[in-house]
Design a binder for this molecule. Sequence first.
Ligand code: GAR
Length: 208
Amino acid sequence: MKRIVTLVSGRGTNMQAIHAASLQQGWPAAVVGVVSNRPGAAALDYAAAHGIATAVVDHRSHASREAFDEALAETVQALDPDLLVLAGFMRILGAGFVRRFEGRMLNIHPSLLPSFPGLHTHRRALEAGCKAVGATVHFVTAELDHGPIVMQSVVPVRPGDDEHRLADRVLATEHSIYPLAVRWFVEGKLRIEGQRVRQADGASQVLM
Ligand code: GAR
């Protein structure tokens, strides 16, 4: 059984989708821990209610980014993960932390990377006049919201959309593509070749 540990900062609907899919689809893996940098994150309540170990590493109680990263790495390591899944985790991780888990750490970002890394992605996409937006699951590298892309979803922009409506429609697709990408990882189906990620069965890596 592969061990999945998720890092969260908020409500954790992506984490919930991954947890539910792992059970419903009988993955050779289990979500064994949910670690939050925010003490009040709703994701922690879900985890506790489902018998998943929880931990909080509050970034405000650490004097520097390095100290936070070190405490986080210790907490995560104690859960002995095969895969680290960032699911709405809103802190930037330092290069040391990334190196420690590189190749076994995934993130989801609510844009079609490499467009719109960082915050307020939907607002920026609307301002730029994009006709389609989406979400990206990628391996985490030291560069923020970069790293080899595993899967993307594409969502058309409709007349009258605002950033909240777009965010809702993109989030619904996140709940499909993130569990699928995580499943591929735990089943050993992902091959990283430079900047590209190949799915071993040739499955489509885009949800339209
Ligand atoms: C999701 O839309 C995710 O893509 C985004 O935060 C939301 C978390 O929702 N992540 C980022 O912006 C990371 N840069 P959730 O807590 O309900 O999964």
